[in-house]
Design a protein around this ligand. Structure first.
Ligand code: FAD
Length: 317
C-alpha cells in the first residue's frame, strides 16, 4: 500500500489521540502529535505511537481550543504534513474547519476509512444519506485534513520504551478571540463504547429515566457497557452523548450487542453492523431491528428484562 511521509494527529482526549496515532502509523512513515496539555500527556503521545510531538502547553483557564488555530496553522505551513487527522469533538471540528480555511482547503468529515491513492493523495470514505451510502472523497490539497471518529482505528498498546522528540512550540496570539467568562465541569463519563466487548443499548422503549436502573443492573451482571439510541442522549438527555450509538455517534465493534426497546432505524444500525452478535428485545414483532438481529425476543421489556435479571442472578448464585 502507498503510504504518506508525514502524518499529524490532533485530539482533545487521550483515548482518541491513541487511536489517531495508530491510524497515523498505518498510513504513514512519521507520525507527529499536536498536544495541547501537560508535558506528561506530550510524553505519553510518543508511547502511543507518535515519533514527534509538537507540545503547545496546557490550555489556560481563559483559552479555547480554537485559540490555537494560528499557532497550529503556522506549524502546518512550516512542516507541510501530508495529512492531519483530527478527533471530531465539537471544538476539534471547529479547529479543523479553521485550519482548513487557513490552508485554503476543506475538511473531509467523519471518515470511516482512509487510503492513499496511487498519486499519493488522501482518499477518505464517509457515510452519507443518514448512513444509507458511503461517499469517497479525495483531497487535492498538499495537506489533507480529515476528522476521524472513535473506532475507525484501534489504539496500539502503549509502549513506554518508544523514542521520540518533543518540540515546544510558541503560542501565536490570535488576532481576535472568544472571551471565556466561566467554565463549568460537565459530569461526563470516560466510557469508550467503541472498545467495549459487550454493549447493551437502550431506546425509546424505556418510558422513564428511572427505568434505566434496570438496564444498568443487567449491564452490571453481564459485565457490559451501557449505550443508547440518539433520542435518549440528545432528546431527553438521560444518558451522556458519548453513549449513543450510530451514524452520528459511536460505531461498535463489540462481540455482543443487546438492543432493548430500540426500533432499529438505519442511523442507529450503522453503529451496530460491526458487532458480531446482535440480540434484540422489542414488543413489536415488525420492528426493523429484528431483520438485523441474530436473536430476537418479542416481548415487553418491562417483563423480559426483570426476568432476565432474575435468571442471570440465579445462574450466578
Ligand atoms: C441525520 C440523523 C442522524 C441520526 N443519527 C442517529 C444515530 O447516530 N443514532 C441513533 O440511534 N439515532 C440516530 N438518528 C435517529 C434515528 O433516525 C431514530 O429516530 C432513532 O434511532 C430511534 O431511536 P429508538 O429506536 O430508541 O426509538 P423509536 O424508533 O421510537 O423505537 C422505540 C422502539 O421501542 C419499542 N418499544 C416501545 N415500548 C416497548 C416495551 N415496553 N418493550 C419493548 N419494546 C418497546 C417500540 O416497538 C419501538 O420499536 C438520526 C436521525 C437523523 C435524521
Amino acid at each position: 500500500m502507498t503510504t504518506l511521509n508525514k502524518i499529524w494527529v490532533l485530539a482533545e482526549k487521550q483515548g482518541a489521540l491513541a487511536e489517531l496515532c495508530a491510524g497515523g502509523r498505518e498510513l504513514g512513515q512519521e507520525v507527529s502529535a499536536v498536544v495541547i496539555g501537560s508535558k506528561v500527556e506530550a510524553d505519553k503521545a510518543i508511547a502511543m505511537g507518535a515519533d514527534k510531538v509538537y507540545w503547545l502547553g496546557a490550555l489556560k483557564a481563559d483559552q479555547m481550543l480554537e485559540d490555537y488555530t494560528k499557532t497550529i496553522l503556522a506549524l502546518l505551513k512550516q512542516e507541510e504534513p501530508n495529512l492531519l487527522l483530527v478527533q471530531p469533538s465539537r471544538r476539534g471540528k471547529l479547529l479543523a474547519g479553521r485550519l482548513a480555511a487557513g490552508l485554503g482547503t476543506s475538511v473531509i468529515v467523519d471518515a470511516a476509512g482512509i487510503e492513499i491513492a496511487d498519486d499519493g493523495k488522501v482518499q477518505a470514505a464517509h457515510m452519507v444519506y443518514g448512513g444509507a451510502a458511503f461517499r469517497t472523497e479525495k483531497a487535492l490539497s498538499e495537506t489533507a485534513i480529515v476528522t476521524v471518529g472513535s473506532g475507525t482505528f484501534t489504539a496500539l498498546a502503549e509502549d513506554g520504551s518508544r523514542q521520540g522528540v518533543v518540540i515546544e512550540a510558541d503560542f501565536v496570539e490570535p488576532a481576535t478571540k472568544v472571551k471565556v467568562l466561566e467554565k463549568k465541569i460537565k459530569a461526563g463519563t470516560s466510557v469508550n463504547l467503541a472498545a467495549a466487548k459487550k454493549v447493551i443499548g437502550i431506546g425509546r422503549g424505556f418510558s422513564n429515566k428511572e427505568d434505566i436502573k434496570m438496564a444498568e443492573e443487567l449491564a452490571c451482571l453481564l459485565d457490559a457497557e451501557l449505550g443508547c439510541s440518539r433520542p435518549l442522549a440528545e432528546g431527553v438527555d438521560w444518558l451522556p452523548r458519548e453513549r449513543y450509538i450510530g451514524v452520528s455517534g459511536v460505531v461498535l465493534k463489540s462481540d455482543v450487542y443487546l438492543a432493548i426497546g430500540i426500533s432499529g432505524q438505519v442511523q442507529h444500525m450503522v453503529g451496530v453492523n460491526q458487532a458480531r452478535v446482535v440480540i434484540s428485545i422489542n414488543k413489536d414483532k415488525t420492528a426493523p431491528i429484528f431483520q438485523q438481529s441474530d436473536y430476537g425476543v418479542v416481548g415487553d421489556l418491562y417483563k423480559v428484562v426483570p426476568a432476565l435479571i432474575e435468571k442471570i442472578k440465579a445462574v450466578k448464585q
